[in-house]
Design a protein around this ligand. Structure first.
Ligand SMILES: NC(=O)c1ccc[n+]([C@@H]2O[C@H](COP(=O)([O-])OP(=O)(O)OC[C@H]3O[C@@H](n4cnc5c(N)ncnc54)[C@H](O)[C@@H]3O)[C@@H](O)[C@H]2O)c1
Length: 308
């Protein structure tokens, strides 16, 4: 198949490109390189079935493909808050452009949505049927509401125009090729530990997150795209919960670092707890994460150590 991956030079996108090339597909990787890096796909550039296109999803694009994975969107708070209006445009116009293309060329199109659509959830863990608890006017809203509107567009194109959609709600994912110091907790802790700097824990560190290793997540996306039972939304993430304090301690143990753990005030709208209910993914995709936090952290630490 010919497959378009928007945001294909980013963290998740580049792993997805690797996987799709490995599965024998032709891949068109479209990215404006805002948070993505050519280095992430450098090893693919000479591959005969791989093509890199520098383009912004806010502007329409034409390409003959069988499938589209729409991953283009900055995902970490400092990046999506850098230009919040552009973030909304990327989510909303990007979705419209992908859906318009999918409609024209009759491609199946998958949206990389997010657990942020649940906001600061009052239901725990979050099933897909939960509508969320989202602040529409806060600093995180450009991302959360942009992604919610993109989901709306996906379902409206599906209902109105019979576009063959899939919607994945991705929970915190980590692994090699995350950007250092981009405000995501796993890469922050690893980089701080490797540099011998104090590990910054916000609040008292009791807030929990669940972390999914990138290979597991990519497997979930590919399975969601391949099956025809459901269009989604489908939660993809690892339900194992860890407190930030525990994650900091584990990172120190695995890096052999001697840094201190320091506490800072919690940022606004920071969810206290976030955990996917993956019943739907288990049932329809026969999917569950396989890589435990310790094994995944070791691989991620090895990557950051090598990058220096
Ligand atoms: N990593 C996670 O934990 C996570 C969780 C939930 C959802 N997601 C979603 O998955 C997708 C990929 O996230 P990621 O973690 O790989 O982040 P990332 O920032 O590494 O990747 C996003 C990619 O999109 C590109 N991009 C941004 N704006 C663009 C635009 N206007 N036009 C073209 N390309 C553009 C960036 O350059 C980058 O390569 C995002 O849509 C994100 O919202 C990720």
């Amino acid at each position: 198949m010919r497959i378009l991956v928007t945001g294909g030079a980013g963290f998740l996108g580049s792993h997805l490109c690797d996987r799709l090339i490995g599965d024998g597909h032709e891949v068109v990787c479209l990215d404006n390189l805002f948070t993505g890096r050519k280095e992430n796909v450098a090893h693919l550039l000479a591959h005969p079935r791989f093509e890199f296109v520098r383009h912004d999803v806010v502007d329409p694009f034409k390409v003959e493909v069988d499938q589209i994975y729409n991953l283009a969107c900055p995902a970490s708070p400092p990046h999506y808050q850098y230009n919040p209006i552009k973030t909304v445009k990327t989510s909303v116009m990007g979705a419209i452009n992908c859906l318009g293309l999918a409609k024209r060329v009759k491609a199946r199109v998958l949206q990389a949505s997010t657990s942020e659509v649940y906001g600061d959830p009052q239901v725990h863990p979050q099933p897909e049927s939960y509508w969320g608890h989202v602040n529409p006017v806060g600093r995180r809203s450009c991302y959360d509401e942009g992604k919610r509107c993109a989901e709306t567009l996906f379902f409206d194109y599906h209902r109105e125009n019979r576009v063959d959609i899939r919607v994945a709600r991705i929970f915190n994912t980590y692994g090699p090729r995350m950007l250092p110091n981009d405000g995501r907790v796993v890469s922050n802790f690893i980089v701080q530990a490797l540099q011998g700097e104090p590990l910054t824990v916000y609040g008292d560190g009791s807030q929990t997150r669940s972390f999914c290793y990138v290979d597991d997540l990519i497997e979930g996306l590919v399975r969601l795209m391949a099956q025809t039972e459901i269009v989604g939304p489908v939660n993809l993430g690892n339900p194992d919960e860890f407190s930030m304090q525990r994650l900091a301690e584990l990172t120190l143990k695995l890096t052999g670092g001697k840094s201190k753990i320091v506490h800072r005030p919690l940022p606004a709208d920071d969810p206290k707890q976030r955990q996917p209910d993956i019943t739907r993914a288990r049932k329809h995709l026969k999917w569950k994460p396989k890589v435990g936090l310790e094994a995944g952290l070791e691989r991620t630490i090895a990557y950051f150590r090598k990058r220096g």
